[in-house]
Ligand binder design. Sequence first.
Ligand SMILES: [Zn+2]
Length: 282
Amino acid sequence: MAQSFQTIPTLNGNLWVAQSALYSTNSAIFYDGTSACLIDPGLLPLEIMSILNFLETQHLKPEYILLTHSHWDHIFGPEYFPNARVITHNLFCNELSGEGSERIMNRIQAFDRENQVRRVRSFRIPSPDITFEDSLTIQIGDLSLNMMHAPGHSPDQCVIYERESKILWAADMLSDLEIPYIYHSLKAYQDTLARLDRLEIQQLIPGHGQDTHSRQEIETRFQEDRAYLDELGGLVKKAIQAGKNLEETQQECSRMCYKHQEENARPHQINVENVYKEFLLS
Ligand SMILES: [Zn+2]
């Protein structure tokens, strides 16, 4: 499968973004001088090898690997960079313990079978060397990378903000392809977006899909995702107040309009189910 690399110059040092042939998943290398920091370095073995080759040809030392969250499609790669320190949110390990770890291993084995993937190094569930609660700043040469807790999509999700060039690595949010996937909490998702919207952003890079420099496009992505969450929350709340069951609530929410309606129909259904449960429990 093809791998495409784009180089995106920043004010200090550089950022390389690699987009996987699968799910348009983005991986990154922030680098300055001889230091490098990787973000979600996956998915396919050949793609990981391309990251290794880039580091080698540029004479870069991978010092850190930032894993944005514990979902299976974001945790490949650390086994290829044994000397880099893995950083995650401190809930990462909770998400991948017990049943969570079994679920992930099964999902990855199924993925490898479906895609006929042969791994040079067997996949291992990453074990973080450094974790944090709210935010953590690391230094890569002159680059300052701020990793911030951004729950809602998952309890342990984090975004990365590079202050100098005002780049936001948005993990699984603010995509041009995906609607918000609410696997954790609608309320947390709304709070996270409100917080991120206060940042000055000159470049937005989602975990899946295209990056954008356009101020208008960045604003639109925030507006669309917020509008989707607000409408969904409003409809589910009204349905519960009217004594409707989940099936009837699904029916009510099926008339909502959102981006890439066909591709996102299933995630939308899951969102309704998750928000219905969240509201019932609150
Ligand atoms: Zn995810």
